[in-house]
Design a protein around this ligand. Structure first.
Ligand SMILES: Cc1cc2nc3c(=O)[nH]c(=O)nc-3n(C[C@H](O)[C@H](O)[C@H](O)COP(=O)(O)O)c2cc1C
Length: 444
């Protein structure tokens, strides 16, 4: 039986009120200083986690036409480039991997290939690239566009981006380096190749001017959920991030990915899914209620409003907290703004005609934490979800409670239960992230 893999999501532990949660960031300098992240890296490695994840969006979202609320309330803001923190965290660990995010819409594949290859060396083969197609208009406006380029164009560019990445990673053969002090010969030129790529979006001569990557290629993660996103993942990803709020939706998503892999002629077992979620480990219902109360208390109505507006991808479209959800969504559709339609569909399906935006925002916030319970309950839920989702991959989970204590509690209380049930490793299988994460794949 395949074991599950675990990645801890650290993307927003300093924003969205999580930094204020009792016990969070206590005795650490706020954001920017690496001390807390280094401690979290040590804790995750103690728990044999596969890795830590940093999402990224390089823009400041607008709400009702202004950035004021985003900045003042710190909703997905500030955000640093995750790469330097990954490098720092890798120096205090030996096996923990790192998933770091960058845009395929706004970056150049030569730059990203060189950065990821270099990071693969610094981490000694422990990096994965979450390559995204970017949907936020304010990010587009930082890179010279008036708004987000259309979906088809972004996926078209992403397809070529992946092709160029692959050609560049393969441009230096694994045994190209010689480093012979006696002769002074550094590399075998016959094993270092130009790529001479000329396409619709990129023109790249190559080769990649780095020594071959410790992992061959850094691992590739993708998070698109549309048909185009599934196709790209089926072609290039080692792992896909997905949201499967119910067992049924997990099974359905796995089936879609299997079909996409089959259409690409790829064995579906080569592409694992990491289910995104939030966790809170408690001793029983009383603590669960108390934590829930504290969590909701941090999310003032104003903050929730900003958070929901960002989540829906409205960026500037006005949202009235007292208006009805159904009516608002109809107006959004009529206005032709380009939000995250999937999230709006979910909102429509679980509200009534008289549910207000504010009521829904609270309901939705609560639903974000799926894994709340005692260690045994969490292990039960994870076991059930893992199997419902096809049993290839695992979870990418964010702490809902204070950090680092909330993460340490998962490591000390939940991990042993998963290990006891044979669902999770007791020792790392290898040295690189690829060796650990793909240890149970066909041909490994
Ligand atoms: C778990 C998860 C993590 C994601 N992380 C990021 C991220 O860090 N940055 C980003 O711009 N988009 C992120 N996305 C969004 C996707 O990359 C993608 O842009 C979005 O799903 C829209 O693409 P689609 O139309 O193919 O679904 C994430 C999505 C999921 C499900």
């Amino acid at each position: 039986m395949s074991k599950m893999h675990l990645i801890c999501d650290l993307s927003l532990i300093h924003t969205n009120a999580k930094w204020r949660y009792p016990g969070s960031w206590t005795n650490y300098a706020m954001y920017g200083d690496p001390a807390l992240y280094l401690d979290i890296a040590r804790i995750l490695e103690r728990g044999k986690f596969d890795g830590a994840f940093f999402a990224d969006v390089a823009g400041t979202p607008m709400v009702n036409g202004s950035m004021t609320d985003t900045v003042e309330l710190g909703v997905a803001w500030p955000r640093h480039d995750p790469i330097p923190m990954v490098a720092a965290m890798s120096t205090v660990t030996e096996r923990l991997g790192f998933v770091t995010t960058a845009s395929m819409t706004y970056n150049h594949p030569f730059h990203m290939a060189r950065m990821m290859a270099s990071l693969d060396h610094v981490t000694r083969g422990r990096v994965a690239f979450n390559a995204v197609v970017s949907g936020f208009p304010q990010e587009a406006q930082n890179y010279g566009y008036d708004t987000t380029p259309d979906h088809e164009w972004r996926y078209n560019r992403a397809e070529e981006f992946q092709l160029v990445l692959r050609k560049l990673f393969d441009s230096v053969e694994p045994d190209a380096m010689i480093w012979d002090r006696a002769t002074g010969r550094v590399a075998d030129a016959a094993k270092v190749h130009r790529i001479d790529h000329v396409g619709e979006h990129f023109k790249v001569m190559g080769p990649l001017p780095t020594a071959p990557c410790p992992q061959g290629r850094p691992m590739q993660v993708m998070a698109g959920q549309s048909g185009a996103g599934m196709r790209l993942a089926a072609r290039y990803a080692d792992l896909q991030f997905a949201q499967g709020p119910t067992l049924e939706l997990k099974a359905k998503h796995r089936k879609r990915l299997d079909e996409a892999c089959a259409a690409e002629g790829r064995d579906p077992r080569e592409v694992g899914i990491l289910w995104a979620g939030q966790f809170d480990v408690v001793s029983g219902p009383a603590e669960a209620d108390e934590n829930r109360r504290k969590y909701l208390e941090q999310h003032t109505p104003r903050l929730l409003h900003v958070f929901l507006s960002q989540w829906w991808g409205l960026d500037g479209y006005p949202l009235d907290p007292d208006a009805y959800v159904h009516q608002t969504i109809e107006e959004i559709r009529a206005a032709g703004v380009a939000p995250n339609w999937g999230y709006l569909d979910i909102a429509m399906s679980i509200t009534t005609a008289t549910t207000t935006i504010q009521e829904y925002a609270q309901q939705w916030l609560e639903s974000l934490a799926e894994l709340v319970g005692t260690p045994e309950q969490l292990a039960d839920d994870m076991e059930e979800s893992f199997h419902a989702g096809g049993g290839i991959g695992g979870f990418m989970i964010a702490p809902r409670s204070g950090v680092p204590a909330g993460i340490a509690r998962f490591v000390d209380e939940v991990v042993p239960v998963l290990q006891h049930r044979g669902l999770f490793r007791t020792e790392y299988e290898g040295r690189t992230m690829r060796e650990n994460l793909l240890s149970d794949r066909p041909g490994a």
